[in-house]
Write a protein that binds this ligand. Structure first.
Ligand code: ZN
Length: 207
């Protein structure tokens, strides 16, 4: 296999990228100058060295010199610790942040649960979620959990899975659990929703 095919095989593993698009990426790179290629390869190499996973919300963040295990958002004292939004991906978290309509904390599941998945607990951060929620609920700090998943079949299935997973725990600590309001039209991927839509979906969330 030559370099073109090898690189295309790697691009094919990117989300939403098929074989033809993967090949287009490779040919695009071939037209770029060496400085572009160098910057790209350096940034890719540095990515894993500089980016850490937050020990509380499990989102990726740029490591600081102090070597904190928590991201700046989880360390921010101005954020409302009584509300936690559970999202599928880092991209979904960023979309909600950009809408400036939520000031609580987050938890990133790291994926979603496809319908008919026989081992849903392996598709999302189940253990990490329970470990991070328990002490906060116990201390009385956490009051509400918002299931902020996409309004498509997989997103709703993920929300259902998390809701049933958390139900004993919700009862035990008397927490409120809600899902985003139907302001989002059905089939909407959270990541691609605009700020107003997110704002309404949060405002009209249903228990
Ligand atoms: Zn964090």
């Amino acid at each position: 296999m030559n370099s073109i095919s090898k690189l295309a095989r790697l691009f094919e593993q990117f989300p939403g990228i098929g074989p033809r698009q993967a090949k287009r990426f490779v040919y695009f790179l071939l037209t770029r100058n060496p400085a572009f290629i160098n910057e790209l390869s350096t940034l890719i190499t540095e990515l894993k060295q500089e980016i850490m996973l937050c020990a509380s919300c499990f989102r990726f963040f740029a490591a600081d010199r102090a070597g904190s295990t928590l991201c700046p958002m989880c360390r921010d004292k101005h954020r409302d610790r009584s509300t936690l939004a559970i999202v599928s991906t880092d991209a979904d978290l960023e979309t909600i942040e950009k809408s400036h309509s939520f000031n609580g904390l987050y938890f990133v599941l790291g994926g979603s649960v496809p319908i008919l998945e026989s081992e849903p607990e392996k598709r999302v951060r189940t253990r990490e979620l329970m470990e991070t929620l328990e002490p906060r609920a116990k201390s009385g700090e956490l009051k509400e959990i918002i299931l902020a998943t996409s309004l498509n079949l997989e997103g709703e299935h993920t929300a259902d899975f998390v809701r049933s997973l958390l139900s004993p725990f919700i009862e035990k600590y008397g927490l409120k659990i809600s899902t985003l309001g139907r302001g989002l039209s059905t089939g909407t991927e959270l990541e691609y929703s605009d700020a107003d839509t997110i704002k309404n979906a949060l405002k009209n969330r249903t228990i």
